[in-house]
Design a protein around this ligand. Structure first.
Ligand SMILES: NC(=O)c1ccc[n+]([C@@H]2O[C@H](COP(=O)([O-])OP(=O)(O)OC[C@H]3O[C@@H](n4cnc5c(N)ncnc54)[C@H](O)[C@@H]3O)[C@@H](O)[C@H]2O)c1
Ligand SMILES: [Zn+2]
Ligand SMILES: [Zn+2]
Length: 381
């Protein structure tokens, strides 16, 4: 069928909204009519070249990362299913999970769907069913899809493993956000940081991910939630999601938390800035007390491997530094559960969406993200 999509042809270029050809779903795949796509910072890491396909994998599987259709935070309605699809039917509403959850690999089997074996291929662009493309440019060039989803287009074909079925009455434009940013932020607090009632928590960086780490901390029962962002608008919004204190810099957070805890420092800290750099790690760890935990959720440029770290103090004060992907959550359990929380008024989604865009305005949407205008910008299809 004829469709359109936001395509990135190479690093450091603009998204090109163009006509594409979309094939019918093949075995194990479904055609989804998308309602919306959140503008997560991770697509920006493709643009800047921070996040590149492992060259060894590219060669082994004959894959190219570019050109690629962007977007990985979407929801919509299944309109057609390919052969051998057993869990979905036309008319089903789904959130697309930015990491597939196959249900069968060792990680999925022990309740760690965020590290499903199929996640190894999310930057490879092609269908995880057979490593070929269903999306093609007007000149016939195969197009990849970001995180096996490609939500910056009104229709996509994805594996059944990327689809999480949700209830029909949930607004799809809000459900889209739970496909990445909401679950990532909320799970950074609830699972990765393992926040307990009464704790003191610092969240560094208040975008679509960080604001949900703030609300995850609130839902987990944290007593003090210090939200850090240089952008005044973000700090003004943070109390809506549960922040008890706001500051502009990590240095200010260190002083404030020192004061609030009589020098003990916070129980947990979470890094959700737009780009993670190695020199942010030591300040993040210095925010937490003896036995405390710092969580790194933000994505660093893949070529960066140096980290500044006081290793002596980390060991002697028994601090933990942990990584976090997709909030260390289980999309098949947590996406429906978070949407239940939204429908019951316990999780805020409407307040996250600060501007909506047409697909044609996706470059403006990302420009607004860079300028700190939005908590989450959302493309409506
Ligand atoms: N680990 C995962 O599974 C996962 C999933 C989704 C997104 N991410 C990553 O999480 C990060 C955040 O994503 P987002 O969509 O919320 O980005 P965003 O651009 O919407 O928000 C980032 C925020 O960080 C703030 N910031 C920048 N530098 C700062 C600093 N030094 N101190 C305090 N605040 C600072 C910015 O002002 C902005 O408000 C990105 O790196 C993204 O790629 C990771
Ligand atoms: Zn994302
Ligand atoms: Zn799996």
């Amino acid at each position: 069928m004829k469709s359109k999509a936001a395509v990135l042809w190479e690093v450091n270029s603009k998204w090109s909204v163009e006509d594409i050809e979309l094939d019918a779903p093949m075995a194990g795949e479904v055609l989804v009519k998308l309602a919306a796509s959140g503008l997560c910072h991770s697509d920006e890491h493709l643009v800047t070249g921070d996040m590149v396909l492992d060259p060894a994998m590219a060669e082994a599987y004959g894959l190219n990362q570019f050109p690629i259709i962007g977007g990985h935070e979407g929801a919509g309605e299944v309109v057609e299913v390919g052969p051998n699809v057993t869990t979905l039917s036309p008319g089903d509403h789904v959130v697309l999970s930015f990491i597939p959850a196959c249900g069968r690999c060792p990680s999925c089997a022990i309740g760690q769907q965020h590290i499903c074996d199929l996640g190894a291929f999310i930057l490879a662009g092609k269908q995880i069913t057979d490593f070929t493309a269903r999306h093609h440019a007007a000149d016939g060039t195969d197009l990849g899809i970001m995180c096996c989803t490609g939500t910056l287009e009104p229709f996509t074909v994805v594996s059944e493993a990327s689809c999480i079925k949700i209830e029909d009455h949930i607004p799809l434009d809000k459900a889209a956000l739970v496909g990445c940013g909401v679950t990532t932020g909320w799970g950074s607090a609830v699972y990765a940081a393992d926040i307990r009632a009464g704790e003191t928590v610092v969240v560094v960086g208040l975008g679509g991910v960080g604001m949900n780490a703030v609300q995850g901390a609130r839902m987990a029962g944290a007593s003090v939630i210090v939200a850090v962002d240089p952008v005044e608008f973000k700090r003004a919004q943070a109390p809506i999601f549960g922040a008890t204190h706001t500051v502009a810099t990590v240095e200010e957070a260190q002083a404030l938390v020192g004061e609030l805890t009589r020098g003990a420092m916070a129980d947990k800290s979470i890094l959700t800035v737009g780009v993670a750099y190695g020199d942010l790690v030591e300040p993040l760890l210095s925010l937490v007390k003896k036995g405390g935990r710092a969580v790194c959720t933000a994505v660093a440029p893949m070529s960066q491997t140096d980290v500044k770290l006081d290793l002596f103090m980390m060991a002697m004060m028994r601090k933990e530094l942990v990584g976090c992907i997709f909030g260390n959550a289980n999309p098949r359990r947590d996406i429906p559960r978070l949407l239940d929380d939204y429908m019951a008024g316990r999780l805020l989604l409407d307040e996250l969406v600060t501007t909506t865009y047409a697909l044609e305005d996706v470059n403006q949407g990302y420009e607004d993200m860079r300028n700190g205008v939005n908590i989450r910008g959302v493309v409506l299809h």
